[in-house]
Each structure stands twice: as structure tokens, then as C-alpha cells.
Design a protein around this ligand. Sequence first.
Ligand SMILES: *[C@@H]1O[C@H](CO)[C@@H](O)[C@H](O)[C@H]1NC(C)=O
Ligand SMILES: *[C@@H]1O[C@H](CO)[C@@H](O)[C@H](O)[C@H]1NC(C)=O
Ligand SMILES: *[C@@H]1O[C@H](CO)[C@@H](O)[C@H](O)[C@H]1NC(C)=O
Ligand SMILES: *[C@@H]1O[C@H](CO)[C@@H](O)[C@H](O)[C@H]1NC(C)=O
Ligand SMILES: [Zn+2]
Length: 465
Amino acid sequence: GCVYLSWLIVPAVIISWLTRGAISYDSSDQTALYIRMLGDVRVRSQVGFEPERRSSHPYLCIDFRTLHSNSEPERRIQRLLSFQRYLHSSRLLRGIPQQIPLHILDEDYTGQARCMLEKVGHWNFDIFLFDKFTNGNSLINLTFHLLNQYGMVELFQLDMVKLWRFLVMVQEDYHSDNPYHNAVHAADVTQAMYCYMQEPMLAKSLTSFDILLGLLAAATHDLDHPGVNQPFLIKTDHYLATLYRNTSVLENHHWKSAVGLLRETGLFSHWPAEDSLNMERELGSLILATDISRQNDYLSRFRQHLDQESLCLSNGSHRHFILQMALKCADICNPCRPWELSKQWSEKVTEEFFQQGDVEKKHKLEVSPLCDREINSVGNIQIGFMTYVAEPLFAEWARFSDTRLSQTMLGHMRLNKASWGSLQQEQTLTSEEAETSNASTSREGAAAAPRGTSSKEIPQGSRES
Ligand SMILES: *[C@@H]1O[C@H](CO)[C@@H](O)[C@H](O)[C@H]1NC(C)=O
Ligand SMILES: *[C@@H]1O[C@H](CO)[C@@H](O)[C@H](O)[C@H]1NC(C)=O
Ligand SMILES: *[C@@H]1O[C@H](CO)[C@@H](O)[C@H](O)[C@H]1NC(C)=O
Ligand SMILES: *[C@@H]1O[C@H](CO)[C@@H](O)[C@H](O)[C@H]1NC(C)=O
Ligand SMILES: [Zn+2]
């Protein structure tokens, strides 16, 4: 889900959500397909379908696919162009003559992508590079590779054509113009999920069904994400907020979109109905677990199990709980990656927040917490997120799975936090210097520099959203 923002929501809200019972397992074919149509502009325009919009609220008509200024065909072209640009620049850098036919370079990239896949289980796997080598197809290629590596096609008698079609549609339904919630994030989460499922505790107890479920949930967990958060959808009376009654709105939509694609491609249509319904239901409970506003609930259950040593991974419902925790970790593992990767993710997620803030300002809506580029910085957002969300989760995960990977992740997080801290400090110093040097010309040095946020001003977990 849109993991970064809703952690500011007050606990009372979370408690009321828990007691209300957020999830409705509506599983009729029609519903799933209808929701897919609602959520997918291309389908809508193809069949000339225009959903009824009752509200007088003007923001209801915001087409989220155009939020970041590009329409669908333009985006396609842009992706192509940027890859051409990449080819061009790397060719120049490597001093290869321009005349070399493109297909040779293509093969070169395919070779490098294949080479990277040999280290797909390494924590420092560079998904951005892999995405370049696969021409923007990292999610398809990575997921396909992992499913094959586990022999899922044979085990579950999957139809290769259907599987490929499913993965292509999954990747296409991510919005490539979202700075953060796009198919590369999904690929990154899938890779992290794979790393966790390779950990001894899980590797020795997970069934093939668990693994298939875990990989599919990771690949689809943010499907058709609009690039804005739940509070935005609620305050703009978006139909998704109405449909899901203001509760895990995005996560419900990701899940229903995934179910829509499973049914549209018939990937599991050869299974007994009971089994494919079960897959859909469990997919839902994994994806819904990524709603960060429910983190405290999951975390206290996790703690309780660890304190009492009551986890028994031969029990299916316990394994399912661990898969939920693993997916939650995979979803927010950005701060635990090596600095060069982690930093890129931080910049991307912040840009998505700030773009939402810009839209809110433009439409005279209250600007959501963390979304105002005038008063926030990448660093203060990251430090807050690590302190209140990531550290508590990964500390428990390390208790559960006390391995080298867990220690590596905690180590990266400590270093990354320190790096953001010193960058913040530098910024504060620079802006103070600027102020002092102007002191003689400008009378009062004006207001304090807005970006020099110290750690004292980190957004508090209890702040109202
Ligand atoms: C990645 O996917 C593309 C199609 O999307 C395919 O042409 C290419 O061969 C794949 N590469 C690898 C390494 O599997
Ligand atoms: C969702 O939230 C909005 C704004 O707070 C409110 O007007 C609406 O009644 C809520 N809908 C439901 C079903 O709770
Ligand atoms: C599995 O665990 C759940 C919850 O702790 C429990 O209710 C159930 O009876 C267990 N099932 C088996 C087969 O032990
Ligand atoms: C300080 O001076 C610089 C240019 O020398 C200017 O850009 C900046 O706005 C000034 N700051 C204040 C607080 O007046
Ligand atoms: Zn996510």
C-alpha cells in the first residue's frame, strides 16, 4: 500500500478499523472485472465505458493517470526514448562506434540481465540496473525467473502463455509515471520477498503453495497504485474510497485488481474452484497486511509469538502470518538496502509525496503531512520513517530470523540513518551561514530556513493526519 503516509494516523483510528473488521471477501467474477474496469482507464476508453460520477466534487474527475502530466501513449514513447538515450550515452561512454547494429547491444543487455539473475538472492541486488538491462521489464523478467527457478510451472501445471500474459498485464497496470509506486518498486519487493523466503526459518517450512502465493503477492501488492495516498482519495471523494468505505482503500484495490487479472487470464482456471478461491483469499490477506496503518496490530501479534515462543511453522495459519510479516518487511525494506540504492528510493518516494502536495495546493486542499516540499526534506522524512516504522519492524524480524541477512539489514539502516542525519546537519549549517552573512544587509535575517529541520521536528506518530 501507500506505506509511508498513513503511519501518522492516530491509534484510535487504527483500533476502530480493527474492531470494525475491514475486509469483505467479495469474490464474484463480475465484481473483480468491474473493479478492474473502474481502475483502468485504458479498458474504459476501449469499450467507451464511463462510470457514473455522482458527486459534485470537482476532484472526483482527476484522472490519476494524468496526474503526473503524461498520458498513456506519450509515456510509452517516453520510456522508449529514455532507453534509446541510455543506449546512446552508454555507447558513447564505452567508446563503441555508432554503427554497431542495435540487436547486438540488445543481446549484450540480455546477457547482462541474465548474469545479474545469478545473484538474484543477494541483498545488494541492483534492481534499477536490472530494470535498465531488461528494457523496463524488471517485474516480468524477475518474477518469471523466480517462478521458474522454483519449478512452479510444472508443480502447478501452469500454462506458460497464460503466465506470461498475466505477468505482462501486472507490469502494465503499474503506473510508470509514478515516481515511486511503479513496477520497479514491485520488482524490488518481489526480490526482497525472495530473499526472505530463502532464509532458513522459512526455506525449511514453506510449501510450494506458500512460495507461489508469496511471490504473486509481492508482485501485485501495489497494482494500479494511483500515486496518491488514502487520505487524498477520501478527501477528494474518489470512488475507490466510497467503494471500500475509507478502509484500506488502496490495498483493497490492489488485491481486487490482482484477482481481476488472475481471472481475466485464467491462470488458475484448471484448479478446483475451491483452490483458486483460496489462492485469491490468501492473496488478499497478504496484500491487506501491507496497510501500514495496521502495523501495530501485526507487530504486537508478532512480539507476543516471539515472547512466548509459540510460533509453529508446521501450522498453516502460523506460516501465513509469517508470510504477512515477510511481505510487510519486503514492502518497507528500502532503508535496509545499501546507501546507493536506499538513497534513490528515498528520493523517489519523497518526490511522489511532494507531487501530491503540489496537487493539493493547486486545488486548495489541505496539504497532507510530509507532502509539502516547502517544509519537508528527504532526510527528515526518512529519519522519521526509520524511527517510527522500519526500526521496530526489523528489530522483531531479526528476533524471528536471527541471520546474517537480518544483521546486514539493521546495519544498513543504522548507516543510512546516520547519513541522512549528517546531511540534515550540513543543510542546517549552510542555511545558518547564509543567514549570518546576510545579517548586515537584511535587518533580521528573515525567518529561519524552512529546510533546516532538526531531528526534534520529526513528525510524531501521534500527529493527526
Ligand atoms: C526479459 O523480458 C523481455 C520481454 O519483456 C524478453 O525479451 C527478454 O528476453 C527477457 N530477458 C531475460 C533475461 O529474461
Ligand atoms: C469516508 O470519509 C468521508 C470524509 O471523512 C466521509 O464523509 C464519509 O462518510 C466516509 N464514508 C464512510 C463509508 O465511512
Ligand atoms: C494452528 O494454529 C492456530 C492458531 O494458533 C490454531 O487455532 C490451530 O488449531 C492450529 N492448527 C493445528 C493443526 O495445529
Ligand atoms: C542572502 O543572500 C542571498 C544572495 O546573496 C539571497 O539569495 C538570500 O535570499 C539571502 N537570504 C536572506 C535570508 O535574506
Ligand atoms: Zn509497496
